[in-house]
Design a protein around this ligand. Structure first.
Ligand code: CA2
Length: 145
């Protein structure tokens, strides 16, 4: 079972800025823990990070032929991107939206997600554990369907 994990804009800065909100682990730390966790639950994960909306759209389109599902933290594009929503809808893969912070506890502009309505599920507020919860939820879903 192959899963693509997509990290959106600014998440390449994890562990380098704002550790109070986003934690002290770097993106490399998180990806390597996710690879370990994936092995234990019978999944094979690949990673993609981009600060560009178009590149994320292309990664979602390309995933159709290679992956069984996607875990995505769309970052700030969560709250703005109809293009990412449309790509998710048309790719037909199950997609889990994850957020490190609890976006519902934050500013009003973070309360709207263009992705949630086309996602299989949403996990928000568990720190970097949101990725692990999202991955295991997706893998469980794929095993049962
Ligand atoms: O909580 C999340 O995971 C977010 O997707 C993170 C986005 C934010 O715009 C969303 O509303 C919620 C921001 C990612 C910024 O990541 C940084 C990491 C370290 C230092 C600076 C920014």
């Amino acid at each position: 079972m192959k899963i693509l994990i997509i990290h959106g804009p600014n998440l390449n800065m994890l562990g380098k800025r704002e550790p109070d909100i986003y934690g002290a682990k770097t993106l490399e730390d998180i990806n390597s823990s996710l690879s370990e966790c994936a092995k234990k639950i019978g999944a094979d994960v690949s990673f993609f990070q981009s600060n560009s909306e178009g590149e994320i759209v292309s990664a979602i389109q390309d995933a159709m032929s290679e992956f069984d599902g996607i875990v995505i933290n769309p970052g700030a594009y969560t709250h703005t991107s109809v293009a990412i929503r449309d790509a998710i809808l048309s790719c037909g893969l199950p997609v889990v939206e994850v957020h490190i912070s609890n976006v519902y506890k934050r500013e009003d502009f973070r309360q709207k997600s263009y992705v949630s309505a086309v996602a299989l599920g949403v996990i928000s507020g568990f720190g970097v554990n949101s990725y692990f919860l999202g991955l295991s939820g997706l893998v469980e879903h794929l095993k049962n369907n």
